[in-house]
Design a binder for this molecule. Structure first.
Ligand SMILES: Cc1cc2nc3c(=O)[nH]c(=O)nc-3n(C[C@H](O)[C@H](O)[C@H](O)COP(=O)(O)O)c2cc1C
Length: 389
């Protein structure tokens, strides 16, 4: 049998591509419009270099840190993603992998597994919500997450319902009924290992979102919930403050790209922000998050925890982000490629790849701890950063 272990996230992505039906793979690859933001998230990390030392290097390096009160073994968290149809164990497998590697699981309200199933797999789970539905229903979802034992809330605000891609979007059915199965048959039958995984688990992906269901009602389909989200008028800062107060515990705002919005987030009392452009799936043309991070970290990093996500594929990327002011990073696709390639073990593999890369960069930079990293550890080309707001 071929070796299931992979040495880079790029290899995990190649395996995911070979394993997943075409429409599932392209739904994860996503991006929007020209794909400029998606590509810039990756390209910008490659523009940054390191300034290494050769002696007086630390024999041991400490990668641990805390995020929103949770001790984690390295500055990497799982970013919330709806992982419909990637793997039968879905977010439960991701949560177990994150727990095994000592980090936090971010669970999307568009996930395929319920918060009640995921928290036992990883007690250090942050639950993510969009602004969607009535305040009563949002308060109900927060209460449900709190009762399930989640340790923090992530509120994602940067979605603009962009639906066009120059390279075309995959067809995803609302339900996997017979008609949909027939239409998808050519691509699913071409990916027997993926299909077999679901057949063995006893059920096909049902494409529902159990964390969005109302008490006593069946879980809506992904697209049913998406429609409700689209119809919900977008929130004001006062609405976000309401959410923060309603939650009352550790609270992260995800999707910040401007310094003035970061300041508003501080004013309403958030615990943390994630500098994010939704992995380039959203308003195309938004700069890479690593370009925005230094300005935002300088503006509010002394008052709240500043995280970032977008384009992180190796441990060196994590070290660059931390050196430029991030407390930690969150990973989206890297985790999904690992899950598609090899289930829970694949996500653990991705986290190990990142851990080794972080450790190796710390050694080269002569830093005994992730807390010792400074901007001077990174070689930045002129004109790299973008400061907006
Ligand atoms: C397929 C997919 C689904 C996503 N779903 C969500 C979601 O439900 N909630 C959310 O806050 N962000 C979601 N995101 C954004 C991620 O949390 C994260 O911001 C992004 O993936 C980071 O970029 P990266 O994929 O380059 O790591 C999704 C991203 C992808 C690729």
């Amino acid at each position: 049998m071929a070796n299931a272990w992979f040495e880079t996230v790029a290899e995990a992505q190649r395996r995911a591509r070979r394993r997943l039906p075409g429409s599932v793979y392209s739904a994860l690859l996503a991006g929007s419009e020209r794909g400029r933001t998606y590509r810039d998230n990756l390209a910008a990390f490659a523009e940054l270099g390191f300034a290494p030392h050769v002696a007086d290097l630390p024999a041991k390096r400490d990668l641990g840190t805390t995020v929103m009160g949770q001790q984690i073994s390295m500055p990497v968290l799982i970013s919330p993603t709806g992982v419909q149809a990637v793997h039968p164990d879905g977010e439960v497998a991701v949560a177990r992998a994150a727990a095994a590697r000592g980090t936090v699981m971010g669970l999307s309200n568009f996930a395929s597994k319920s918060v009640e199933e995921v928290v036992p797999a990883n007690p250090r789970t942050f639950f993510q919500m969009y602004w969607m539905g009535s305040k009563d229903s949002m308060a109900g979802h927060m209460e449900r997450a709190r009762d399930a034992g989640v340790k923090g809330l992530i509120v994602t605000l940067d979605w603009t319902f962009s639906h066009s891609r120059d390279w075309g979007s995959p067809w995803i059915p609302d339900k996997l009924d017979l008609k949909a199965m027939a239409r998808l048959a050519p691509q699913t039958l071409a990916r027997p290992r993926w299909l077999l995984g679901f057949v063995k688990s006893g059920r096909l992906p049902d494409l529902t979102v159990p964390n969005v269901s109302e008490p006593g009602r069946p879980a809506p389909t992904f697209f049913g919930a998406y429609g409700e989200w689209m119809r919900t008028p977008p929130p004001s800062w006062e609405d976000v403050r309401w959410m923060r107060e309603q939650w009352g515990g550790p609270f992260m705002l995800k999707g910040i790209g401007r310094r003035d919005d970061a300041r508003r987030a501080v004013d309403i009392g958030v615990t943390a922000i994630s500098v994010s452009n939704h992995g380039g799936n959203n308003l195309d043309g938004t700069p890479a998050t690593i370009r925005l991070l230094p300005g935002i970290a300088a503006a509010v990093g002394h008052e709240i925890e500043v995280l970032m996500d977008g384009g992180v594929r190796r441990g060196g990327d994590v070290v660059k982000a931390v050196a430029l002011g991030a407390r930690a990073v969150m990973i989206g696709r890297a985790c999904l490629w690992g899950l598609a390639a090899n289930g829970q073990a694949g996500v653990e593999n991705v986290l190990d790849v990142l851990r080794n890369g972080i450790d190796s960069a710390l050694l080269g930079l002569g830093r005994a701890s992730v807390h010792d990293l400074v901007p001077g550890d990174v070689v930045m080309p002129p004109g790299f950063t973008r400061e907006i707001g």
